[in-house]
Design a protein around this ligand. Structure first.
Ligand code: 13P
Length: 265
C-alpha cells in the first residue's frame, strides 16, 4: 500500500455457492464483522446473478457493512439478449459494483476490448462503480511483454470515457497465470505492475482510481502483498468463499492501512 487511499477487498464468488450457501456465507460475514468491524477497509462481495437478491436482502436487513457487486453485466439497456442481465436490473436489487472484463469473461465468453469498453462506459454512466480487470497470460509474461499488454487493455477500456466518471473506476490487475493456480505473483512483480498502472492512469488523468491485485491471494500472502506490492487491496476468488480466509485478508489490509496512517501522522 503506497498512499492514503482506503483499502478495498472484493470477493468474487465466481460460479460457486447456490442461494442457500450464499446466504449462509453472508450471515457468517455479518456476525464476524459485527464482532470485529473492518475499521478502514471497504468490502464488496460479488455473488452469482441468481444469489444477488438473497445476498442484497440479508446485507440490508442485517446491516452488514459490505456492498454487493455483480460479476458481469450486459451493456445494452434491454431487449433480445437471451441469458443476459441489464444494469437497471442490477440497480433494482441494490447492486452498486460491477466487475468488468474479468479474464474468464474475456477468454471463455468472447468479451473483446470493445465490449469491455462499452460495458465500462454503460456501468459508470449509470452511477455504478466498475472494477476494470486487466492482466496478461503466461506466454505474454514469459516474453516480458506484460507492461505493454496491460497498458493496451487499460487504454482501450478508458479511451473516450468522460472524466467525470473516472472516480467510479477501480482497476484490478489479475495475471491470468496466477488465477486459481496457487502461483501468486511475487511482491516485486505486483509492485512493478502497480507502479506501471499508476503511471498509465496518471497519463490518462485517471488519478483517483484504486489499483487492486488478484490471483491466488490468501490469508497467508495478503499482508506482504498489500504492504510491499503497492496495491490498494485485492480481488479475491477462492479465498473469498470461506469467511475465515476472506476476513483474514481484510484484516491484513486494515492493519497495513493503520500502520501507514500512523507513519503519516
Ligand atoms: P483466485 O483468488 O481464486 O486466484 O481468483 C482470482 C480472481 O480471478 C478474482 O477475480
Amino acid at each position: 500500500m503506497s498512499n492514503s487511499r482506503k483499502p478495498l477487498v472484493i470477493g468474487n464468488w465466481k460460479m460457486n455457492l447456490d442461494f442457500v450457501e450464499s446466504v449462509h456465507l453472508g450471515q457468517q460475514l455479518g456476525v464476524r464483522l459485527k464482532n470485529r468491524p473492518a475499521e478502514h477497509t471497504e468490502i464488496v462481495v460479488a455473488p452469482p446473478f441468481v444469489d444477488l437478491r438473497s445476498v442484497a436482502s440479508i446485507v440490508d436487513s442485517e446491516r452488514i457493512p459490505v456492498a454487493v457487486g455483480a460479476q458481469h453485466v450486459n451493456p445494452h439497456e434491454n431487449g433480445a439478449h437471451t441469458g443476459e442481465v441489464s444494469i437497471s436490473m442490477l440497480q433494482r436489487l441494490g447492486v452498486t459494483w460491477v466487475l468488468v472484463g474479468h479474464s474468464e469473461r474475456r477468454a471463455l465468453y468472447a468479451m473483446d476490448d470493445d465490449v469491455v469498453a462499452a460495458t465500462l462506459r454503460a456501468v459508470v454512466r449509470s452511477g455504478l462503480r466498475a472494477v476494470l480487470c486487466v492482466g496478461e497470460a503466461l506466454d505474454v509474461r514469459e516474453d516480458e511483454e506484460q507492461d505493454r499488454f496491460v497498458e493496451a487493455q487499460l487504454v482501450h477500456a478508458l479511451r473516450g470515457l468522460d472524466p467525470k466518471y473516472h472516480e467510479l473506476v477501480t482497476v484490478a490487475y489479475e495475471p491470468i497465470w496466477a488465477i486459481g493456480t496457487g502461483r501468486t505473483a511475487s511482491t516485486e512483480q505486483v509492485a512493478s505492475m502497480s507502479g506501471h498502472l499508476r503511471r498509465v492512469l496518471g497519463r490518462l488523468l485517471v488519478v483517483e482510481s484504486r489499483v487492486l491485485y488478484g490471483g491466488s491471494v490468501n490469508a497467508e500472502n495478503a499482508a506482504s502483498l498489500v504492504a510491499e506490492g503497492g496495491v490498494d487491496g485485492f480481488l479475491v476468488g477462492g479465498a473469498s468463499l470461506k469467511a475465515d480466509s476472506f476476513l483474514a485478508i481484510i484484516q491484513a489490509c486494515d492493519d497495513c492501512y493503520a500502520l501507514m496512517a500512523n507513519r503519516r501522522s
